[in-house]
Design a protein around this ligand. Structure first.
Ligand code: FES
Length: 103
């Protein structure tokens, strides 16, 4: 079972213990504030922007070129920015922490 923690723009933590799917889908299932997922994971909206905690970047990897093109259109981005629909939860990511970007 893989666990993911979301830190919302309000500073609340949402912990999902049995996370299956991608980080956007899981967030929507648990009504995580700030994750809209308007394109349902097609990598075309950026309404699922998160920042990965630095200690997890090696495991999640950095944004792909297609992600980065969308991230560049957003505000409040940095080198940790990812589109959460592009991060698939795996056992390897058990304990992952992401910050939901303000919208
Ligand atoms: Fe649209 Fe992630 S849900 S880019």
């Amino acid at each position: 079972m893989a666990k993911v923690t979301y830190i919302t723009p309000s500073g609340n933590e949402v912990v999902v213990e049995d996370a299956i799917g991608n980080i956007m889908e899981i967030a929507r299932e648990y009504d995580v504030e700030g994750i809209e997922g308007a394109c349902s994971g097609c990598c075309s909206c950026a309404t699922c922007h998160v920042r990965v905690k630095p200690e997890w970047l090696d495991k999640t990897g950095r944004a792909t070129e297609a992600e980065q093109d969308l991230i560049d259109l957003e505000s409040d981005t940095d080198e940790r920015s990812r589109l959460s629909c592009q991060i698939e939860m795996t056992d390897d990511l058990d304990g992952l922490v992401v910050e939901v970007a303000p919208f």
